[in-house]
Design a protein around this ligand. Sequence first.
Ligand SMILES: [Zn+2]
Length: 339
Amino acid sequence: MARKNKKSESLRRSLFTEFFVILLLVIAILVASIVRTANVKKQNASPDASQLASQNRITDAQSEAAATVAPTSQAASGSVETTLPGMTYLTAMTTLPGVSDTAAATGIYTTTPVNAVTSAPVASELSEDDKVVYLTFDDGPTDNTRNLLDILDRYGVKATFFVIHTYDGCEVQIKELYDRGQQIALHSYTHNYNIYRSVDTYFADLQQISDLVYNATGGYRSTLVRFPGGTSNTVSRKYCSGIMTTLSKELPARGYRYFDWDWDSTDAEANRQDTSVIVRNATKAIGNDNHVILLMHDAAAKTTTVEALPQIIEAYRSAGYRFDVLSMTSYTYQHKPNN
Ligand SMILES: [Zn+2]
């Protein structure tokens, strides 16, 4: 009995051992399988794999878009990037009284070309070889305005004036600009860079100059805008980092269109720039660019701009350019925000 008992006990032990070994094997197989599954999942979720997946999606979307856009409508389909090599741009260095920020006279001069992105909702109808120059005058009206007007009238040329509130009563001059057929556009009421503190402070200032023009002209509501310092100014970031990026989206969303410049007369580089320097820089586009938005100033000190204007007009005219004003559907040139 004792032996039999011993025998059956050892049998039981051996069965138990076998069962235990099998259980361990099953557990090992299960664990191995779980680990493998996890690894496969991890691999699929790795950046490379997901990037590839999203790249494929983008490629698909792009090719779909490309297939639906006819080649002829590409120019009108939105964003066009232009880089003009070797150009020097000046973001407005106005010498206005009341432009408190000293940075307006420093640090905003860039020697690198600006990659400009035009994001006009309606692309201009200009063809590549259509030679057009848009004369633009910022910071008026002042004592120079009448002289500019007389020259423009003499040549039968229209320009775009980005006006500010230069003094109480400047409405009379803005009305004269309007009555003589010039394009009135909005620059700023105060031209103080502290308008860039926030979206609200910017638009409060813009509304003020808009209302001033509206009242001066007896009901003309301009929606054409040029930022003080241009879109690429680096002064605004001192008041609010990223504000130009926000505003450049907000303006079109609120029904405005904004304009920078692709050629600079450099009349703001000195308080009173040499006339010959202004003429030389203002006409550099000739032979280089058929679509020219030329930056000039109508500030009180800019008497040499007045002196230079006839030569500038004659140079463009004899090179076959026509003169036009900026509008909601015209050519535009917009700097990239630099904030
Ligand atoms: Zn200005």
